[in-house]
Design a protein around this ligand. Structure first.
Ligand code: MG
Length: 370
C-alpha cells in the first residue's frame, strides 16, 4: 500500500450544545480531515485535536504544523504493508499523538478496505454492538441537569458521566444519584484536584460511582496510586496514559481500576489496542472516551470499542448528541444505548464529501493527484 495523494482539510463544525469541563470547553471545533488516494482506493481519517492546549497540550494548530513539516513527508509515497509498518515510518517524531492518530486512521481505513474487512474486524474487534454512554459538560442548574440526564436515560444510554470540578462535584452527583438510584454514574475531573482533596473525594464513596476519572494531575501516576489506597471508588486514568508503557506503570503502581482509552490521545488504534492488552493481562476493564469526534473519527472509535476488552460502556454516542448534521451520511446512530458495528469494508460510514468541502476553513495537499 502506498499513499500517492493526501489532502488535509481543516473542517469547522459547531456543537449544538457548548461543552464545559474543568480543564477546557468548546463550542466551535476545527478538526483536520484527511482524504488519501492509494492503490485505487480512497481512505479517510480525522485528527480531533482541540482548539487550545488545555487537555493534552496538542491543538489543531500544532497538528497542522507537525503534519505539514514532518509526518506527512515521512509517509506520502512510502510503501507499508500494515499498520505497524505505517507507524514505523513516523516513529522518529516523539509525542504529537493526535496528529499521528489521524494519519494512522487513514492508513488503517485503506488497509482494511484492501483486505475487504470492516475496520473493526481488521484490528481484531469481535463485538457486533457496542454499549454507548454519554458524557455531559457541567450544567449548574439542577432542573436542567436532571432534564438532560433524564432525556439520555429515556433514550436508553447505559451510563452517564458528569464532568466535575471543586465546587461542582458532590452535590450534582448526589442530585443524579437520588433521582436514579441504580443508574451507572461516573465523574470526570480532568485533573481538577490534588492529593490534599483526598478526604473530600473519600465522601464520593457513598455515591456508588462506577469510577472517578483523572482526579489528579494530568501527567501523574504515583499520586493517583496513593489516592486509590484512600478511596473505594475506582480511579480511572485518562490524561496520564499516553501509551502502553504508561498503562503498565499504572498497573504495577496500582494507580487505577480502569483506563479510558482514546486512540487520539495515545497515537492511534494500534497503541490503543496495546493498552487494552496490558489491562486485560491485569484483569482490569477498559472503555473508550471521546474527543467530540466528527463521523470519521467516531467510526474509528466504534471500531476500537468492538475489541473484546472494552467491557464498560464508553463515551461514544450517536452523532446527534453533538451535531445537527454530521459529515458522514447516514449519521452514526445509537438505538436503545447501542451502536451497531458496521460490516462493510473500511470505516463503515460514508463521508459526505460535499458537506466536508462546504465546511473547509483551510487546506493543504501533498503528493500527486491520480
Ligand atoms: Mg476524561
Amino acid at each position: 500500500m502506498r499513499i500517492e495523494h493526501l489532502e488535509i482539510f481543516r473542517v469547522g463544525m459547531s456543537l449544538h450544545t457548548p461543552f464545559e469541563a474543568s480543564s477546557h470547553g468548546a463550542k466551535e471545533l476545527n478538526h483536520l480531515i484527511f482524504r488519501a488516494e492509494a492503490n485505487g482506493l480512497v481512505g479517510w481519517g480525522e485528527c480531533c485535536a482541540p482548539n487550545d492546549p488545555y487537555y493534552m497540550g496538542e491543538t489543531w494548530g500544532t497538528c497542522w504544523h507537525i503534519l505539514r513539516d514532518f509526518l506527512v513527508p515521512m509517509v506520502v509515497g512510502k510503501d507499508f504493508a500494515d499498520g505497524d509498518a505505517f507507524n514505523a515510518l513516523m516513529a522518529r517524531v516523539k509525542g504529537n499523538n493526535f496528529a499521528k492518530a489521524g494519519l494512522e486512521m487513514v492508513a488503517l481505513d485503506l488497509l482494511s478496505q484492501e483486505a475487504g474487512q470492516p475496520l473493526a474486524r481488521y484490528i481484531g474487534g469481535t463485538l457486533k454492538k457496542i454499549a454507548s454512554g454519554v458524557s455531559l459538560g457541567m450544567q449548574r442548574d439542577k432542573g436542567k441537569l436532571l432534564d438532560i440526564v433524564g432525556r439520555y436515560v429515556d433514550e436508553g444510554y447505559r451510563r452517564v458521566k458528569l464532568k466535575i470540578m471543586p465546587g461542582f462535584d458532590f452535590e450534582p452527583l448526589s442530585w443524579v444519584r437520588e433521582r436514579w438510584p441504580d443508574l451507572p454514574i461516573m465523574a470526570d475531573a480532568n485533573s481538577a484536584y490534588t492529593l490534599a482533596d483526598a478526604a473530600h473525594l473519600k465522601k464520593f464513596d457513598g455515591l456508588d460511582l462506577m469510577m472517578i476519572e483523572q482526579p489528579l494531575a494530568w501527567n501523574d501516576i504515583v499520586e493517583h496510586a496513593a489516592l486509590q489506597k484512600m478511596i473505594a471508588t475506582p480511579v480511572c486514568l485518562d490524561e496520564s496514559i499516553r501509551d502502553a508503557a504508561d498503562a503498565a506503570r499504572a498497573v504495577s503502581e496500582k494507580a487505577c481500576g480502569t483506563i479510558n482509552i482514546k486512540a487520539p490521545r495515545v497515537g492511534g488504534l494500534i497503541e490503543a489496542k496495546r493498552i487494552q492488552e496490558v489491562m486485560r493481562e491485569a484483569q482490569l476493564p477498559v472503555w473508550c472516551g471521546g474527543m467530540h469526534e466528527y463521523g470519521i473519527g467516531r467510526a474509528a472509535a466504534v471500531a476500537l470499542c468492538s475489541l473484546p476488552g472494552f467491557t464498560l460502556p464508553g463515551d461514544i454516542s450517536g452523532s446527534d448528541k453533538y451535531f445537527n448534521e454530521d459529515i458522514v451520511d447516514p449519521p452514526i446512530v445509537a438505538v436503545r444505548g447501542e451502536i451497531t458495528v458496521p460490516d462493510t469494508p473500511g470505516l463503515g460510514w460514508q463521508p459526505d464529501e460535499e458537506r466536508i468541502r462546504a465546511r473547509i476553513r483551510d487546506q493543504m495537499a501533498f503528493g500527486t493527484a491520480t
